[in-house]
Structure formats: C-alpha cells, structure tokens
Design a protein around this ligand. Structure first.
Ligand SMILES: *Cc1c(COP(=O)(O)O)cnc(C)c1O
Length: 391
C-alpha cells in the first residue's frame, strides 16, 4: 500500500476498526483475540466502559490548559501513583521515551550537583528505552542506533543480570551518576534477571551514591503481578518511569522519584506542553480505579502463573524450544531459530502476538483476560509453536 505516511513501520496487512475487552475486529469484520494489548498498553482491554466514560465526560468539561496553571486531576494522579509506588514526586509527559528523557536529565543534574563534570549513566546490553536521541543511545541495540550517529555522550554499557560488571565500572570510573535498567527486559526478549539482581543494584547505588533508575514502561501498572516489578524484590529505586499501560491507550508518561532525586528538577529545568493534561490524567485515574477495584494486579499474577505453567507443560520438552520465561502477564517463549513469521501465521488464525529479539514469542495479554480466554491463548500459541517447529 503506497500512501502518504512515512514508512516508519513494516505493518501487518490488517486494520482494526473496533474492539471490546480482549477482542478486536478488522475492517473486513474478522474477529481476533488480542494477546499483545497494543504492546502492553491496553491492560484493561479495548473500549473499557469506565475509561471511555472518564475521557468522554472530561472532554466535555476541559481537555487542556497547559502546565502554566494548576491541574487538580494531575495533582491527584501524582498522589495516587506515589501511594502505589512509594515514590514522592511525579513529572508527567506523553510517552515512554519522554519519561526516560526526564530520568536522564535528572541523573545529569544530580551528577553535576555532585561535581561530576561529565556524568555518566550505566545502561544494559539488549535494553530498550525509546527512540529519541538520548533514549536510543541508552538502548542496547545497534539496529535502533544505526545511522543516527553522533550518539549522545555519557552512557556506559554492561551486560544485563551481571552485578559484577557493574561493580567493575564502579571500581574504574568516578563519573557515574546513575544506573538505568528494566526490571524485566521487554523488547530485548522478555529477559528475567536472577532474584536479588535489583536488590544488588540498590546496594551498589547506595555505596556509590548513584541513582537507581528503573524503566518500568513495559513492566509497570500491574503487568508483572505487582503494581511495579521492583515490588517483587522488596527494593526501592530512586527514579521509576512508566507510560504504556498508564492511560490504556491515551498517551501519558510519568517519571516518578523519591528522596534527593525528587528535588532535582526545578522551575525552568524541564517541561512539556501536553504532559498530564486533564484528559490524559482522567484516563489514568480511571485506569488505576479499574485495576484497583477489579483486583487486576492479583489477577495478572494468577493468570501469568497459569500461562507459564501451561506453556512449560506443553512446550518445554519440544525440540527447538530453548526456554519459557516470564513475570506475570509478560511471557516469552524462546526458540532456537528466528520465528518472526509466527506473527503472521497467528494473525491468520485470529490471534495477535509478537516476536521480539528475533526468536522470542512474546505475549502481553490484557490484565482483564479471563481464565477461559487465557486457556484459548495457551491452546492457540502452543499449536502454532508446535506446528512451526515440526513443519
Ligand atoms: C515501549 C518502551 C519504551 C518507549 O516508550 P514510547 O512510548 O514508545 O516512547 C521505553 N522503555 C521500555 C522498557 C519500553 O517497553
């Protein structure tokens, strides 16, 4: 299809026009089971009545005023997020990359405050942090960076899930101001670190006076079976970024911080026109309400275990399946070969899935998925993988 859009995306040959819960309908009227949630965005599924009601009534009242003025809903949303995360202050923006940009700027100001001339941030191999210049530099993928040189200075890369590598940097460099890391790597292949990894990072950051910054853009807002993934580890970062699921599809991002990190940004040092406007804040408030009243965080944990156990029983003995792993409703099935074509095969069978890092089938079903629907996902995906490996 030749149209007037920049060819940023290799899009699948389907267009959706309607959704309800875990279901989507395309322009031909075909129905699909959505096991991807618009990449971890629509945690409440599609066309959730409470979100629809919140944004339509807010749209009829007030959409935008700018951050030149107080925004009561934004203040309330910040309070609510801080209660859920144990953070103290929030900066609202419009996307994940922007939330990470705010975190990176906090790290730099914090570093300069400690008299580091060129403050550096430790980032990980195979990480993903966004597509702006600073966040693509932080991203551990040549594919994302290629052609956009010169990259931004001040990032030091180490292997994921390797505390010793971080300790080595601590021994060699006095320029580090912060670590930025995903609690579970999403785009990098649903890589789940060993238990104690985040606690180990916390310990090093405390010893070195570094900020511990977690990118929870994919893992946050209930996805892994806790509001934030660090809550599994009973550890507390200094900075957390969130976005994807926060507005259930209405663009909103947030950079949360506590302690000294929460006091770094001052009037004039950062800002945004749209961030946290009444419309976006109303969507996020509705999202938090629905997750809380439906106990959907616990549901994500329960369904995640059901799916992980089910896939392990059905697939782990198959030749060609390397590993099945996940955290809550973030599930990866790693094969021994590239399997991108599975996305199209699944689509033809009425199922939306994703393949990341070339050979990892990634599932991010909505938090509102029922047990019966989870069983359907399990059946369909198991069949697809088995057929693919034995064809
Ligand atoms: C999606 C994602 C981002 C980027 O978010 P955008 O809203 O696309 O800018 C950053 N970090 C992680 C971990 C993500 O999954």
């Amino acid at each position: 299809m030749k149209d007037h859009l920049m060819s940023t995306y290799a899009r699948l040959p389907v267009q959706f026009e309607r959704g309800e819960g875990v279901w989507l309908w395309d322009t031909e009227g075909r129905q699909y089971l959505d096991a991807l949630s618009g990449i971890a965005v629509c945690g409440l599924g599609h066309a959730h009545p409470s979100v629809a009601e919140a944004i339509s009534s807010q749209a009829g009242r007030l959409i935008h005023t700018s951050n030149l003025y107080g925004i009561p809903l934004q203040t309330k949303l910040a309070e609510r997020l801080c209660l859920l995360s144990a953070m103290q202050r929030v900066f609202f923006c419009n996307s994940g990359a922007e939330a990470n940009e705010a975190a990176i700027k906090i790290a730099r100001l914090y570093g300069h405050g400690r008299d580091i001339e060129c403050p550096a941030i430790i980032v990980m191999e195979n990480s993903f942090h966004g597509r702006t210049l600073a966040t693509l530099t932080a991203t551990g993928s040549r594919r994302v960076q290629a052609g956009f040189e010169p990259l931004v200075q001040g990032f030091i890369r180490v292997p994921y899930n390797d505390l010793d590598a971080i300790r080595t940097v601590a021994g060699n460099s006095s320029d580090v101001a912060a670590i930025l890391v995903e609690p579970v790597q999403g785009e990098g292949g649903v890589n789940v670190p060993d238990p104690g990894y985040l606690a180990g990072i916390r310990e090093i950051c405390d010893q070195q006076n570094w900020l511990m910054m977690l990118d929870e853009i994919q893992t946050g807002i209930g996805r892994t079976g806790q509001w934030f993934a660090y809550q599994h580890d009973r550890t507390l970062p200094d900075v957390v970024t969130a976005a994807k699921a926060l507005g259930n599809g209405v663009p909103i991002g947030a950079c949360l911080a506590r302690g000294k990190a929460a006091e770094v940004l001052q009037p004039g040092s950062h800002g945004t026109t749209f961030g946290g406007n009444p419309l976006a804040a109303s969507a996020a408030m509705a999202v938090l309400d629905v997750i809380e009243s439906g106990q959907l965080v616990a549901q994500a944990a329960r369904l995640g275990t059901q799916l992980l156990t089910g896939f392990t029983e059905r697939l782990s003995a198959l030749d060609g399946v390397r590993e099945i792993r996940g955290s809550g409703l973030m599930i990866g099935i790693e094969l021994d070969r590239p399997c991108g074509e599975l996305v199209k095969t699944a689509l033809d069978c009425g199922l939306l899935i994703n393949v990341t890092a070339e050979r990892v089938v990634r599932l991010l079903p909505p938090l509102i998925t029922s047990e019966k629907q989870a069983a359907m996902i399990m059946d369909k995906v198991s069949d697809l993988v088995r057929d693919f490996l034995t064809e």
